[in-house]
Design a protein around this ligand. Structure first.
Ligand SMILES: [Zn+2]
Length: 397
């Protein structure tokens, strides 16, 4: 494998066992916990000036903090997305600064490109012929795109409710798509059956492959570097499985270890009321979620009733003195429309839960006016323009 110098292998987050990355692809062979890439941080020489001298062109500019070399990467220059100041929104919310990290500007229109770039690099280096996953939609689109680039076949299992644009683009990228009646859990069941029947399939499922949260962590590097190394007070992630938050927590601690920053940002999970297992667990001081029996939200990308790594997501929120917030679908869609109309940015319904969540936090009086707040837009609004427009029509516009 063409790994980077400081990359040392994979550690199980549950039992702590260490593994060689060339030998293990997925979860812990001892306890089935998820594996986390590890590094010898003492050997990484990365300072602010070195990074400033590099072009802001893709997530691979943080190569020293990734498992694989930039030269070996399966990449379409994902990452390096804009961090956009929204001063009017900051005024309205009563905070010092409000910025939107616009990961909708990735090659396939979602933040999933980051994780799939790293996961497909791993799959390629392991000699995989086929990659497979269950997905609410964007992850499958990204997997199909990167598999195509790497010359691998891809198999996505998507729930029937997944957006038309995701389904269409999985096919356009040449991916094999299995539409499963029902919701995400049903797609996971069908995916697991497919995986059992096809020995050659290599999973690029979040928290099965060790590499999706590893790619996702780069969003936070970019946020902090974009703020000229001032750690924001609050970063709000729309949260389904929680890959973004687990990655962000790792990234924040890495920046500290390297001496690039002091302190951690407060990490917040934003969910929809109709499916908020992380928020519910956070508010009730539980270490893990309880499954939502009948999930029901318009935000399909974050409608995850049974998030497998909830303990890690909750750890990220608590260890950073962050929080969790859920809002109703109509407030979420309204937040997307307000941001589109007044800031010019396009948030898909699921990431609009993060914008709506910030409004809710402001109404609860959680801000004192001095904060820098970052909302992570994980997917472009034009992926689900029909859903956003239907909200306008429900308002009689
Ligand atoms: Zn283990």
């Amino acid at each position: 494998m063409e790994t980077t110098d400081a990359f040392t292998g994979l550690d199980c987050v549950d039992c702590g066992a260490s593994f060689d990355a060339a030998a293990e692809h997925h979860t812990c062979p001892d306890c089935d916990g998820f594996l986390d890439p590890t590094y010898d941080y003492d050997t990484i020489e990365l300072d602010r000036e070195t990074l400033a001298a590099r072009p802001f062109d893709s997530l691979w500019r943080y190569e020293e903090l990734l498992p694989f070399t930039r030269e070996s990467a399966v990449t379409t220059n994902e990452g390096a997305t804009a961090l956009v100041d929204c001063p009017d929104l900051a005024d309205e919310l009563g905070v010092e600064r409000l910025l939107i990290k616009d990961d909708g500007r990735n090659p396939t229109g979602s933040t999933r490109d980051r994780g799939q770039s790293v996961a497909l690099t791993a799959a390629s280096q392991h000699g995989a012929s086929d990659v497979a996953l269950a997905t609410t939609g964007n992850g499958g689109q990204a997997a199909a795109a990167y598999a195509g680039r790497a010359g691998l076949a891809s198999h996505s299992y998507v729930p029937s409710r997944s957006s038309f644009s995701n389904k269409a683009m999985i096919n356009v990228h040449g991916g094999d798509m299995n539409v499963v009646g029902g919701r995400y859990d049903d797609a996971v069941g069908a995916f697991e059956e497919g995986l059992a029947e096809n020995e050659e399939w290599y999973s690029v499922q979040s928290f099965v492959t060790p590499y999706r949260h590893e790619g996702a962590k780069t969003t936070l590097y970019e946020i902090v570097e974009g703020l000229e190394w001032e750690v924001p007070d609050v970063v709000v992630y729309p949260t389904g499985v929680g890959v973004g938050l687990v990655g962000a927590y790792k990234a924040a601690t890495e920046l500290q270890k390297l001496g690039l920053v002091d302190g951690l940002p407060g990490l917040y999970a934003a969910q929809a009321d109709g499916c908020a297992p992380i928020v519910d667990a956070f508010e009730n001081d539980r270490d893990e979620h309880e499954s939502v029996e009948t999930p029901d939200t318009i935000c399909g990308e974050i409608e995850i009733a049974d998030p497998p790594a909830s303990a890690r997501v909750l750890e990220a929120l608590r260890e950073t003195d962050g929080g969790a917030v859920a809002t109703e679908d109509r407030d979420i869609l309204e937040a997307a429309v307000q941001v589109a109309q007044h800031e010019g940015l396009e948030l898909a319904p699921s990431p609009a839960a993060a914008a709506s969540g910030v409004w809710e936090l402001a109404e609860r009086g959680e801000f004192d006016g001095s904060e820098t707040v970052v909302v992570v837009n994980t997917a472009s609004g034009n992926k689900e323009g029909d859903v956003l427009r239907s909200h306008l029509m429900s308002q009689g516009v």
